[in-house]
Design a protein around this ligand. Structure first.
Ligand SMILES: Cc1cc2nc3c(=O)[nH]c(=O)nc-3n(C[C@H](O)[C@H](O)[C@H](O)COP(=O)(O)O)c2cc1C
Ligand code: SF4
Length: 511
């Protein structure tokens, strides 16, 4: 039998991977089909790989109608075909990466624990089981890992707070809400290497003394829900989860919970309310979730990527992870290239690469072939960068110094047909729709923001000062970052693309 890999990742399935797998199964009785995760090269999906003596040979993007031709070309032996890409790891987009968190993604059957273990899985957990909680927390602190959910808060410090908190029950909550525009790295982990997240959560539990965990997953990710549930069931069956983790004295139970769909439920305190069955609304801090979180008990809330980085930190040691990176941003960042970009997908790289390298060299510029005009980094609350700022280094502090943020590592590219005044309006409108309503600057301010931008665009540019004042109020008066960071896209659009706000005024003056 020849092993043929067809991804079960949501992107590949959306592009016909299930039909491709069925067509191969129907026409190649000698093929053993493995449904793997994605390699993260979106433009090649569905990427079919065949195991040959020369390694795995890829063909992509494959449509069901291509299968007959692939069979005729002898693809099971790696035969030549217009869609043959050679070894996926030799594709420049892939070859330039430093895959740590995503080292297994795309290689394995995501729900096979044997595959996971064969490629080093569970070695971090085994090491953690031989350490005490404080030593694990110190290892994570030394690695320099910072939260990948958006705020970049040091993971080790958060864990230390929960470890030191008193209480009979503590929790590990994984934030898998992944609401940022253009982001899909959490989804790829959950659909391509779910045991990695499970392992990271168990290690967190052992470190802080928590015996229960929840993954809060967005309802828009049904394939992730399916894969995570399959992996959790397998982990229970194999004794990785349960009353005695890998036969140790540590217990860890894990459940997948699905949110109903609200951007603000990615904010950690809203998430906790939603997890408790309430309407997702932001809680005032203090108390910190680390001290009074889920059901009022000490809780670690971490993003998928933060938790998924932990097994490698434990397995390879903090120093190896810490050795990668730039400034105070240590390790790798899985950048997600999206929007109008030629080569979109997941690109894991140590911090320190420039925005220009990512967009122009790795991403190959726009898919439309037109000039890049703006790039939004960090989701809907992130700033817009013009090409003049492409020398900005991927590093939390470097982005902050230019009034931007890295957020969850989403990079969304726009060409020169974009109207940036409309993008600023969209940021305010998004905030008004998604606002949880708890505080006035966000709830009322965002609606007033839409109105003010409409007036400016209609020619009343005297209102620009009012828009700036409003942004100031939202930035400093909002309870959480939804209202507090909406000014980033608005003000960056105004600063770097001011001409888009003045078009009508100029047209009126020219009449
Ligand atoms: C409006 C809003 C939405 C957020 N959405 C997410 C999200 O989808 N995923 C996430 O991990 N963090 C999100 N965050 C950040 C979380 O509040 C929190 O900082 C994070 O889960 C902590 O995990 P980390 O330390 O591992 O980054 C959001 C924050 C805000 C204000
Ligand atoms: S800033 Fe917006 S989302 Fe955040 S608490 Fe205030 S109203 Fe709610």
């Amino acid at each position: 039998m020849t092993r043929v890999f067809v991804p079960r990742d949501a992107l590949a399935i959306a592009l016909g991977a299930d039909e491709v797998a069925a067509a191969i199964a129907a026409s190649c009785p000698q093929a053993m089909i493995v449904r793997n995760g994605s390699r993260g090269m979106a433009w090649l999906e569905p990427l079919v790989e065949v195991e040959t003596q020369a390694g795995r040979i890829g063909y992509g993007p494959v449509e069901p109608g291509d299968v007959a031709g692939l069979v005729a070309a002898g693809f099971l032996a790696g035969g030549p075909h217009a869609k043959r890409i050679g070894r996926p790891e030799d594709v420049p987009f892939f070859a330039r990466q430093t895959r740590v968190t995503f080292s297994r993604c795309g290689l394995t059957d995501p729900v096979s624990l044997d595959d996971y273990k064969a490629l080093g899985g569970l070695s971090g957990l085994r090491r953690a089981l031989a350490m005490d909680g404080l030593a694990i927390v110190e290892e994570v602190t030394k690695s320099g890992l910072r939260g990948r959910g958006g705020a970049g808060f040091p993971t080790g410090i958060k864990w230390r707070t929960v470890m030191g908190a008193q209480g009979p029950q503590k929790y590990i909550v994984c934030n898998a809400d992944e609401g940022d525009s253009g982001t899909f790295a959490d989804r790829m982990v959950m659909e391509g290497d779910p045991f990695l997240l499970i392992e990271g959560m168990i290690i967190a539990g052992i470190a802080v003394g928590a015996t229960r965990g929840y993954v809060y997953l967005r309802s828009e990710y049904p394939q992730s829900v399916l894969t995570m549930n399959q992996a959790v069931a397998e982990a229970w069956r194999a004794g990785v989860l349960g009353p005695s983790v890998l036969g140790s004295a540590h217990a860890f139970e894990l459940e997948i919970r699905v949110g109903a769909g609200a951007y603000v439920c990615g904010e950690e305190t809203s998430l906790l309310d939603s997890l408790e069955g309430k309407r997702g609304q932001v809680r005032a801090k203090p108390p910190l979730p680390a001290l009074e979180g889920f059901l009022g008990k000490p809780t670690v809330v971490n993003n998928v990527l933060s938790l998924a980085a932990v097994p490698d930190i434990l397995a390879g040691g903090a120093a190896a992870y810490q050795a990668l990176g730039y400034g105070r941003s240590r390790g790798t960042i899985p950048v997600q290239l999206a929007g109008n970009i030629r080569f979109g997908g997941l690109f894991e790289v140590p911090f320190g690469i420039t925005l220009g390298e990512l967009v122009m060299e790795i991403g190959g510029g726009t898919a439309s072939g037109r000039p890049v005009r703006a790039v939004q980094v960090g989701g809907p609350l992130g700033a817009y960068f013009p090409p003049a700022l492409f020398d900005t280094v991927f590093d939390y502090e470097a982005f902050a110094a230019r009034d931007g943020l890295i957020g969850h590592g989403g990079v969304v590219v726009f060409d020169d047909t974009v109207d940036m005044a409309q993008m600023a309006r969209f940021a305010m409108e998004f905030c008004s729709i998604e606002s949880c309503g708890k505080c006035t600057p966000c709830r009322i301010g965002s609606t007033r923001g839409v109105e003010v931008i409409d007036k400016i665009v209609a020619g009343d540019t005297a209102q620009i000062g009012l828009l700036e004042d409003l942004c100031d109020t939202m930035k400093f008066g909002s309870l959480c970052a939804l209202g507090g960071f909406t000014p980033y896209p608005v003000l960056s659009a105004l600063r770097h693309f001011g001409e888009d706000f003045r078009r009508t005024q100029h047209a009126l003056a020219a009449e």
